[in-house]
Design a binder for this molecule. Structure first.
Ligand code: ZN
Length: 283
């Protein structure tokens, strides 16, 4: 209590508020973000150079660089190197949402059992809605994705592509972009974890698991699609939870950590980090 009293007095007698250096870059980032959201800069557009921005905002280039880094991390821009490089406005996609969920998992704020709980809730509803939007084109894509799952075995990442393709088509078919975004986020997190656990693809998700789902969706049987997808989400989720648990237990004995492994795998993918690229931004 005494601490707060003392603190209050010292604030009262102080005449000026200290200005944090980070405030400047935050304001720059805020204005740039607003400009992007208002459509002044569209996806694919190049932002003015670091030097031009510094002149226009009347701030240091360090502050501009910090603001661009924040916008890059938030997924609003991407930085390309080379003579035609610069900071480019990116298309807002579900990918950003997916990255956020992955970060939450990595910082222990969501777990695989929690992911499973949501998948079991969302995916059956997605399948139910998808069954109401079957067109010839969608039917063709569902059949092709289902057939591809039974092609000769491939490495795990390609196997995951094959198995997730069907879920993505259903998400697109469901007609609700919020659900679609959730499905992309859930599947991306699932993929990261499965890639690190590295199970036998057939053990993780056999190639014939989607057959009952596709059958009822193509019959435009909404309730049947709901039930079939619920069954599938349950059996897959239970398997994932069990595999993740045993992976954790095995690796705890060896002093390794699942999250650290996922982070390392992610870092490998993003070798050309935005920090490194920013330092090479052309004027
Ligand atoms: Zn599946």
């Amino acid at each position: 209590m005494a601490y707060f009293k003392e603190k209050k007095i010292s604030m009262d007698i102080r005449r000026f508020k200290p200005i944090k250096q980070s405030r400047v870059s935050e304001e720059v980032a805020g204005q740039l973000k607003q400009s992007i959201l208002l459509g002044n800069f569209k996806a694919g557009d190049r932002l003015p150079s670091e030097r031009q921005l510094a002149e226009e905002f009347e701030v240091s280039r360090v502050a501009i660089r910090e603001a661009l880094r924040a916008l890059g991390n938030a997924g609003f821009i991407s930085v390309r190197q080379g003579p035609t490089g610069g900071a480019f406005v990116t298309e807002l996609t579900f990918g950003r949402l997916a990255d956020t969920y992955l970060d939450l998992f990595l910082s222990n704020k969501i777990s695989i059992p929690e992911l499973h709980q949501v998948r079991v809730l969302v995916e059956p509803e997605v399948a139910r809605l998808a069954a109401q939007h079957v067109t010839d084109e969608y039917a063709g894509r569902l059949e092709a994705a289902s057939a591809a799952e039974n092609l000769p075995p491939v490495a795990l990442p390609e196997d995951i592509d094959r198995k997730q393709a069907l879920h993505f088509i259903l998400a697109e078919m469901c007609g609700n972009r919020f659900y679609e975004g959730l499905v992309h986020s859930m599947l991306k997190l699932t993929r990261q974890v499965v890639e690190v656990i590295n199970p036998d693809p057939w053990d993780m998700h056999p190639g014939n698991w989607h057959v009952p789902v596709v059958k009822v969706v193509l019959r435009k049987d909404s309730e049947g699609a709901y039930a079939a997808m619920r069954f599938h989400a349950m059996e897959f989720g239970e398997r994932l939870i069990a595999l993740e648990r045993s992976f954790r237990e095995e690796n705890a004995l060896r002093g390794r950590d699942l999250k650290a492994s996922v982070m390392t795998a992610e870092a490998d993918k993003k070798k050309r980090s935005i920090v490194g690229a920013l330092s090479r931004l052309p004027d």
